[in-house]
Design a protein around this ligand. Structure first.
Ligand SMILES: [Zn+2]
Length: 293
């Protein structure tokens, strides 16, 4: 596997879409989506260029979320300048930035970036994005629930790092890491994004993708919700989410959500629980979001 693992060129001028796969090494949905796209698209089905880039190559090869630190928290100057011999992800982040910058510099025309993820817990796929008008407009058009504000709450994400440099940056969380349907969801989300940013020319493919996503998320397809609470895990290994929570599930104020070092963790207000953590790595326990029209 190489850092740039897929390149589709229509041979015609148009936008460049950079698809980031496995920014967390154990999340392979983006890799599958790109290979499927390579087989499905012929040159007349799109304009411009689509390039697939592996995020955390070292962790991907070991099927780990990360090796020493969460790569998607490193894209801030103070972390990017740390010693790469101490934290391998610092080297990964700097190589990734270089790769993306080269792709941007070599392209004439606008550049978009889609970052494809999956989740440890069961739950509906969704989109999230750095806080920019264009991103919000695109997120509202993808037939997935959109979660605003999560990218701002998490410092050091790749999409925020590139948000001001690119025409749009978008994250899609496509479902549980190893569930088969997650691959389908990632493929459909990718097609939808390509359609919205004006790269896909195949109406039938775009329609099928939209219909797939609508079937998967049902009534949630128009949900736009904003995160206003993050539970930060201080001592990894001592946090235990209560069983049975799925992403975007309604929770009521004071509901018992987790036990951390023997202490009860309760919902601060009514809302939806976002990304409940059922894995050993990572320091985000869960988020709470409130719906907006
Ligand atoms: Zn991820």
């Amino acid at each position: 596997m190489q850092r740039v693992f897929a390149e589709l060129s229509s041979g015609r001028p148009g936008p460049l879409v950079i698809v980031i796969a496995a920014l967390h090494g154990n999340e392979h949905a983006g890799v599958h989506a790109l290979s499927r796209l390579q087989n499905a698209l012929s040159a007349q089905d799109f304009t411009g260029k689509i390039v697939g880039v592996v995020g955390n190559l070292g962790a991907y090869l070991q099927n780990q979320r990360y090796l020493e630190a969460d790569l998607n928290r490193i894209f801030v100057p103070e972390r990017l300048s740390q010693c790469p011999r101490k934290v391998r992800e610092v080297a990964e982040a700097n190589t990734l930035i270089e790769t993306i910058n080269t792709l941007i510099d070599d392209h004439e025309g606008e550049v978009h970036l889609l970052d494809v993820h999956s989740m440890s817990g069961e739950g509906l796929p969704f989109s999230c994005f750095p806080h920019r008008d264009e991103n919000e407009k695109i997120a509202r058009r993808i037939p997935l629930p959109a979660i605003a504000n999560i990218v701002q709450i998490l410092p050091g994400t790749l999409t925020e790092y590139f948000a001001d440099k690119l025409a749009s940056t978008m994250v899609v969380e496509c479902g549980q890491h190893v569930a088969e349907i997650t691959k389908e969801n990632a493929y459909a989300a990718l097609l939808s994004y390509l359609d919205i940013v004006g790269v896909l020319n195949n109406y039938a493919l775009a329609k099928r993708a939209r219909e797939h996503l609508k079937t998967i998320v049902g009534e949630f397809s128009d949900v736009f919700t904003r995160v206003n609470f993050r539970y930060h895990i201080v001592n990894q290994g001592y946090f235990e989410m209560q069983p049975g929570y799925s992403n975007l599930q309604d929770v009521a104020v004071n509901e018992l959500l987790a036990i951390d070092r023997g202490c009860e963790v309760r919902a601060p207000h009514n809302g939806r629980v976002v990304l409940p953590c059922y894995q050993k790595q990572g320091d985000d326990g869960f988020f709470i979001a409130v719906d907006e029209p």
